[in-house]
Design a protein around this ligand. Structure first.
Ligand SMILES: C[S@@+](CC[C@H](N)C(=O)[O-])C[C@H]1O[C@@H](n2cnc3c(N)ncnc32)[C@H](O)[C@@H]1O
Length: 385
């Protein structure tokens, strides 16, 4: 039994049960033994899972071109803040800053790279990675509301979610408890959280018996915080997930909760607690709707293949000599449908940019995808948004 499993067992012996969201928050972010807090939380070949960042520098390079284009569209302001949330070891930031240093020193001069990082261990690691750009990087908020961009890759899937089950003709929330052998088990409880109850009411009751899924009201809260960070600019969220209509399709009967350890995926969150990454797909309708209620507009919702292909077009045109083998390999991994190209989606939002030219990276975005995302049937989020 892991140290965290022992702590949680003790807590459950005292408290009886906890919502799955509290269990997931502890498994990932417990101050000492959480997956991301401890020395674990590794991406890449030697870690537990790959991300677009661990594929190589190309992802950051293409996004750097995108951020630079945003800076140009906004009239090249003297101060341009790029906020990254969930920056892991700082590798993406390094790829972006290296690109700016090599290709656009004028953009680099205007740039402040601000990392939103709740975990002190990660902040230290990020500063180490970004040592050569020390004057450009900060963990302090530069402005109450910035002009610039907000970027998050695989942040929303790491936000603790609630689990629910349709049973006996009604929704129940799944809590974590202990069985007679003191092993972790699922317990069904009447849903009480207000945001959860509201979302369940909108989902309705046309679901098969035993249908189990995830709902993450905290994703809505994160989107509100993100929207508030920018006065004017663009927000990019790359993650795996679906519009609510697909997310909550009746045939998706066992939800999207996944556990990753050393590149093995399974569905038992009670295995190796604190040493396993827990993640759930993103309900992009919830994310987009909350953002719209917080003053943003949805500029595009499209898969990573379409987004990166259009975003990379200017670099491809200018490239002299033509692309290297490494470039092609990384581009293929990032965009091929069998790799990351269709698994990941980009939600691109604008705030205060309605009079500006649309990002060229959205050339392949379909308006119907945005309409789907904001389908009124699934637009319910908390009242106070
Ligand atoms: C799956 S990792 C993302 C890795 C990285 N973006 C990449 O592409 O390699 C999720 C990260 O989000 C961070 N995180 C979770 N909640 C956060 C929050 N509210 N603000 C900023 N970062 C957060 C976690 O600490 C973790 O490092």
């Amino acid at each position: 039994m892991t140290a965290l499993a022992q702590l949680l067992t003790k807590r459950l012996q005292e408290e009886g049960s906890m919502p799955f969201s509290s269990f997931m928050a502890a498994a990932l972010y417990h101050r000492e033994h959480g997956y991301y807090t401890s020395e674990r939380g590794r991406t890449g070949r030697a870690g537990d899972f790959f991300t677009s960042v661990s594929v190589g520098p190309l992802f950051g390079q293409i996004m750097a071109g995108e951020f630079c284009a945003a800076w140009e569209r906004l009239g090249k302001p003297d101060h341009f803040t790029l906020i990254e949330a969930g920056a892991n070891d700082g590798q993406f930031a390094l790829d972006v800053l290296n690109w700016a240093h090599q290709h656009r020193p004028d953009f680099l001069r205007a740039l402040v790279y601000q990392i939103d990082e709740p975990l002190p261990r990660m902040a230290t690691l990020q500063l180490r990675t970004l040592n050569s750009f020390r004057s450009q990087v900060t963990h302090d908020r530069v402005d109450a509301a910035a002009h610039g961009c907000y970027f998050a890759n695989e942040l929303l899937d790491a936000i603790p979610c609630r689990r629910v089950r349709f049973t006996g003709g009604r929704w129940q929330e799944l809590h974590v408890g202990l069985d007679a052998e003191q092993d972790f088990c699922w317990l069904e409880r009447e849903p009480e959280d207000r945001a959860l109850v509201k979302r369940l009411a909108w989902l309705g009751e046309e679901f098969p018996e035993g249908y189990t899924t995830e709902i993450a009201p905290a994703v809505g809260s994160q989107m509100r915080l993100a929207a508030a960070r920018l006065e004017q600019g663009y927000l990019f969220f790359a993650d795996y997930g679906y519009p609510a209509r697909d997310y909550y399709a009746p045939q998706r009967t066992s939800g999207t909760l996944r556990c990753y350890r050393q590149h093995r995926a399974h569905e038992d969150p009670f295995d190796a607690i604190g040493e396993t990454d827990l993640t759930a797909h993103v309900d992009f309708s919830l994310a987009a709707t909350t953002a719209v209620q917080s003053g943003c507009e949805v500029l595009g919702f499209l898969d990573q293949a379409r987004f990166l292909t259009a975003a990379a077009a200017p670099a491809l045109r200018d490239m002299e000599p033509p692309t290297s083998a490494a470039w092609q390999r990384q581009f293929q991994t990032l965009t091929h449908p069998a790799h990351l190209g269709q698994k990941f989606q980009f939600l691109v939002l604008g705030k205060g940019v309605s009079g500006h030219t649309r990002p060229a990276s959205l050339a392949f975005a379909r308006p119907t995808a945005t309409a789907d995302l904001l389908d009124p049937v699934f637009r319910a989020v908390e009242d106070e948004a």
